[in-house]
Design a protein around this ligand. Structure first.
Ligand SMILES: [Zn+2]
Ligand SMILES: [Zn+2]
Length: 103
């Protein structure tokens, strides 16, 4: 993963340069592009599903399909479509679970 990130230089939105200190948002589907909170919100309707690549079609955080990992200086988010989110929820609660420990 580190090697993949070193292959491509990172890009970022202009707001991070002239907006003063602020959190940096990283989208899981595009880990080398760093953006501000406003751009992340604006990009949400156009973001793809991380699992299947189709349109996630998530207009707001209220649908609960975005996973957000808050770091010290970066906010990492991944978004999934309704179908993949449902499938993942089933994997997590029924059967062997995502880690294969059978519990
Ligand atoms: Zn921005
Ligand atoms: Zn999907």
């Amino acid at each position: 993963m580190l090697a993949a990130q070193e292959d491509r230089s990172c890009t970022w939105c202009d707001h991070l340069l002239d907006g003063g200190p602020q959190p940096v948002v990283v989208h899981a589907e595009c880990p080398t592009h760093l953006i501000c909170r406003a751009c992340s919100v604006a990009a949400r309707p156009h973001r793809p599903c991380l699992d299947c690549g189709g349109p996630a079609a998530s207009p707001s955080p209220a649908d609960g399909r975005e996973d957000v990992f808050m770091g010290a200086v970066t906010i990492y988010t991944r978004l999934r479509c309704a179908a993949c989110c449902r499938a993942d929820a089933l994997r997590g609660t029924v059967g062997g679970g995502p880690f294969g420990n059978g519990v």
